[in-house]
Design a protein around this ligand. Structure first.
Ligand code: SF4
Ligand code: SF4
Length: 301
């Protein structure tokens, strides 16, 4: 039976595609966006995370750890050496305050379908369905394929929230099972894209062209990261690029927010997430007015 690793399933989601949806968050992502608001999605494996503010200092975790992988740390509260970890998760089980938690769990296709089927009446009423998000869902390709196929077999509308950083051969296999693609464009300059996300943008832009040619419904999503990708030059370049792609039904701005900063401390992902002021309403309006010069205003959200 095909299974995968997810870090969350959110019912009654209103922001991940049309209507009321259940969003399944996959673990694993090939990108390293500086503003990532789901840092727990990056590592494809189940991992240990720590909420320092919940720790009551009982030391049960350090005492029970059979290998010394978990230690006290003056700076961070706890330190964790994955090289010495046996992944027994005794430390998590013994923690009385849920300061140590696991990010991610293994689920089968049947389990996900059972959960997502609960809201079929709401999907039908609202034009909603199931959204695969993450992380990058195609990073767990078999799981992604079988989940999309399983949804379609029971008549559930599907959305795939993707960075587009995946081979066309894989994306093409998924086409019959995806009703709408939620497709990120972050920067038109490939060098800047690489600096901000860790990968260049050629594959992403080529795949968007191909999806458009295939006639698939697409919602383009543009994260707005103040000082990083919100220049007039970049917004104009993105707008020009997507202006003639007929399959794009909607263009949605995703303003930077600080949610990623409130997530638990991931021992093996110590990079800092950008701590910025979110864009102001008037800045977003200015961006939309630039976009309206190239794109039908009815499509811009
Ligand atoms: S999971 Fe790793 S860190 Fe936790 S108790 Fe087991 S060996 Fe120690
Ligand atoms: S068991 Fe939990 S509360 Fe106790 S020291 Fe470890 S992390 Fe903190």
């Amino acid at each position: 039976m095909v299974s995968g690793i997810v870090f969350d399933m959110q019912r009654f989601s209103l922001h991940d595609g049309p209507g009321i949806r259940t969003t399944v968050f996959f673990k694993g992502c090939p990108l390293r966006c500086l503003w990532c608001h789901n840092p727990e999605s990056i590592n494809p494996k189940i991992e240990l995370a720590f909420y320092k503010h919940k720790c009551i200092g009982c030391n049960s975790c350090v005492n029970i750890c059979p290998t010394g992988a978990l230690q006290n740390s003056e700076r961070d509260g706890k330190s964790y050496n994955i090289e010495h970890c046996q992944f027994c998760w005794k430390c998590v089980k013994v923690c009385p305050s849920e300061a140590l938690v696991l990010q991610g769990k293994v689920v089968s296709i049947d389990e996900v379908l059972e959960e997502t089927s609960k809201d079929i009446p709401f999907y039908k009423q609202s034009g909603g369905g199931v959204t695969l998000s993450g992380g990058e869902p195609t990073f767990q390709f078999d799981f992604c394929f079988h989940l999309l196929k399983g949804c379609k077999e029971i008549g559930i509308n599907t959305a795939l929230d993707t960075s587009g950083f995946v081979s066309w051969e894989k994306l093409e296999v998924l086409l019959p099972f995806v009703d709408i693609f939620l497709y990120d464009i972050k920067h038109m300059d490939s060098g800047e894209h690489k600096r901000l996300t860790g990968v260049s943008n050629e594959i992403i832009l080529e795949n968007l062209f191909k999806l458009n040619d295939a006639g698939k419904d697409i919602e383009v999503r543009i994260p707005i990261i103040p000082g990083y990708n919100d220049s007039k030059e970049n917004i104009t370049a993105i707008s020009r690029f997507i202006a003639n792609l007929k399959s794009i039904k909607k263009v949605k701005l995703l303003p930077y927010h600080k949610l990623g900063l409130s997530k638990p401390w991931l021992f093996n992902n110590r990079r800092g997430i950008l701590d910025l002021e979110p864009p102001k309403k008037e800045d977003l309006e200015e961006i939309k007015s630039i976009m309206r010069e190239y794109i039908d205003k009815e499509k811009i959200y």
